[in-house]
Structure formats: C-alpha cells, structure tokens
Design a protein. Structure first.
Length: 203
C-alpha cells in the first residue's frame, strides 16, 4: 500500500521541482494544492536545518500526513555568507526573483572573478507526525555571474554557475540542473531514506 507524502512548500516553482525529484518514489507524492489552503509558516530559524524542520513539522501537523520540506539558499563568500537563510527575501518582503538577483549583482559589482565564489545549500527535512524526523543536506560550489543568463529554473539560477560548468543553472535543462544542483543532491539522499521508511511502514 502506497502512503501519502506531502511536499510542504508554498513556492510553486520549488514544489514543481520537488515533484520531479521524487517522481520515482513509491510514496503518493502530493503538493499543497491537493489540500485545503492554509497560511504559510513564518520562517523564524537562523539555520537551513531549523527552517526546513519548522516547515515539515507545520504541514505534517496541519494535515496529519508525513511531510517533506526544504530550506535552501545561496551563500556568497565575499558577503560573509549572505544572503544565506534570507535568500528568498534578500531584497525585502514580497520581492521578486529579479529583485534578489539585481541586489546581489549590485553587491558584487566591484568584485573580481575570483572574489565571486559561493555555494547553494539545501537541507531537506522529513517529519511523519509520529516522532520521526530526518534531515539531509546537499551543496554545490560555484561562482556568481556578472549578469543574468538563461530562462530556465527560478530564484538565483540565472546568476549561479556551478563549478566545472560555463553555464548558469538557468541555461541548463531541468534534467541537467538536477544532476548538479544542491536540491538534487539533498533529495537524492532523502529519496533513499524515504524508500527505507516506506518499506517499513505498516499497511
């Protein structure tokens, strides 16, 4: 018997990406669109782990089903790790992807090529409402481009060039990105964990 698994994200772009990453799961993967509307939780933690668990706990409790959620962001060395956990709202509350990219490019405008290093970080969290909690982490190092390039992906994808590539994530196909991305790496590990949990859950 397959069990429901909720993706706890109000970001439709992220939820769509996570649905792809979990497409081969033995769980019945659902998004928030399959449930009654609820307010999104306020992300009050100061770590990726804390916010990922906060969201997974919140949605699992709200709907009474196991939930997987993530918190992710971009850390730039020259900015002392910013925007970090504030990546989604770097340019302010209700800002757009473009606003965030523009602010980051401005902050790095005087930096040379070798001063534009950073990494994407993703922490995936699983909560089942019965006391089980589990996290996995994925990272990918790279550099910040000097301008937006590409129209795939979302968030900071148009300005992030992963190491070993000359294209931004936004210039890659979804399949190419998933093989290289922080989220792909975190959810590859989480996927293996979820299969173990599924195999041992009572019918």
């Amino acid at each position: 018997m397959a069990h429901d698994l909720l993706i706890g994200s109000g970001n439709k772009d992220k939820a769509r990406e996570l649905m792809r990453l979990l497409a081969d799961s033995s769980w019945v993967v659902k998004s928030l669109a399959d449930f009654d509307a609820v307010e999104e939780p306020e992300e009050t933690e100061d770590t990726f782990d804390g916010n990922a668990l906060l969201k997974a706990r919140y949605y699992s409790e709200k709907f009474g089903v196991p939930c997987v959620a993530d918190d992710s962001g971009l850390e730039v060395d020259a900015l002392d790790g910013a925007p970090g956990v504030y990546s989604a709202r770097y340019a302010g509350e209700d800002c757009s992807y473009g606003d965030n990219n523009e602010k980051l490019l401005g902050a790095l405008s005087e930096k040379s090529t070798d001063e534009r290093n950073g990494r994407f970080v993703c922490v995936a969290a699983f909560v089942d409402g019965n006391g089980t909690e589990h996290v996995e982490r994925g990272t990918v190092d790279g550099s910040i481009a000097t301008a937006c390039r590409g129209d795939q992906g979302f968030g900071y994808d148009p300005i992030f060039v992963p190491d070993g590539n000359d294209r931004t994530f936004a210039e890659m196909t979804p399949e190419e990105k998933h093989k290289n991305s922080h989220r792909g790496r975190a959810f590859e590990k989480m996927g293996r964990y979820l299969e173990d949990v599924s195999a041992n859950r009572p019918c």
